[in-house]
Design a protein around this ligand. Sequence first.
Ligand code: PEP
Ligand code: MN
Length: 344
Amino acid sequence: MLITMKVDASTQATDSVIDMLTTRGFEIHTIRSSGAAVIGVNGKPIPEDLAPSLHTVDGIDYVQMNPHKYPLTARASRPHGTVVQVGDTMIGGDLPAIIAGPCVVEARDQLLSIAHDVKRHGATLLRGGAFKPRTSPYSFQGHGELGLEMLADVREQTGLPVVTEVMEPGQVEMVAHYADVLQIGSRNMMNFPLLRAVSTIDKPVLLKRGFASTIEEWLQSAEYILAGGNDRVILCERGIRSFDQSTRFALDLNAVPLLRELTHLPVVVDPSHGTGRREMVAPMSAAGIAAGAHGLIIEVHPEPDEALCDGPQSIHVDDLAEIVQKAHAISSLMHAPEPIAVPA
Ligand code: PEP
Ligand code: MN
């Protein structure tokens, strides 16, 4: 059962609903960090008369007896959508959020110079991996905690909040200490202990889609994070594996409008991993925004062919400027209140 409190319900009203249900032996998951509080009720069979009796309780807006497989993540639990704020950036609002940076943090000076460049070109968040999930154990695995220190240092110098990957539950505390947003990579979308570990932290999570996962599986992974109390989750479509090997992955832009319907969480698109080819990053960025994405996460490098990871899909950092301009132009077209005149 899912109980949605009124937007103006007091904390005491929410607490007293939780107390009443806990006393009756139900297991409760609550989210209340933004908008209306939502209370998930589990744990034992719910008597038929419970829902009707709750309708009259102070502060309750509505009760769903048989909610979705992902009740807290479903659009119905927060029809107006969730906006995740990171620094001054709103992810989930009308302006596209641009996250850019190298695949992997390589060197401090280089990261600083990339950060200045992406900021100048309109990015408001910096990405960069310190712990990298590499297919081969012989590939560069990232600088680990030193990479996190570099990211934090560059944030201090540029003001750009940082997004970086966490791969294991045991690393969550350390990564959360340095990062502004914790990324869960495609390969870990179904790492349930990791999802549980990030569900109790006070930092937003960028949850990438597993490259062989359905949208329903992905939303249930998000549900783990919300169920643990962290509702600041950003979904990232980053491509799925297809029979066709012409591109590294197939960026599934169907996911974007579908997610906008199915969930209240913000959605960003990763055209770098989604294509694997730098010449496709600009058109697929534009397409992602046109499909309704709330932002983009893009790999950039000052010398893409020399990058230590994902060079073929990294654009030159200066090519970001035009992508950002077009993203804003397309987004404002998509949000235009009046129909745009078609040329005669
Ligand atoms: C990355 O962002 O560099 C990355 C490893 O992404 P994904 O998990 O989508 O492959
Ligand atoms: Mn990468």
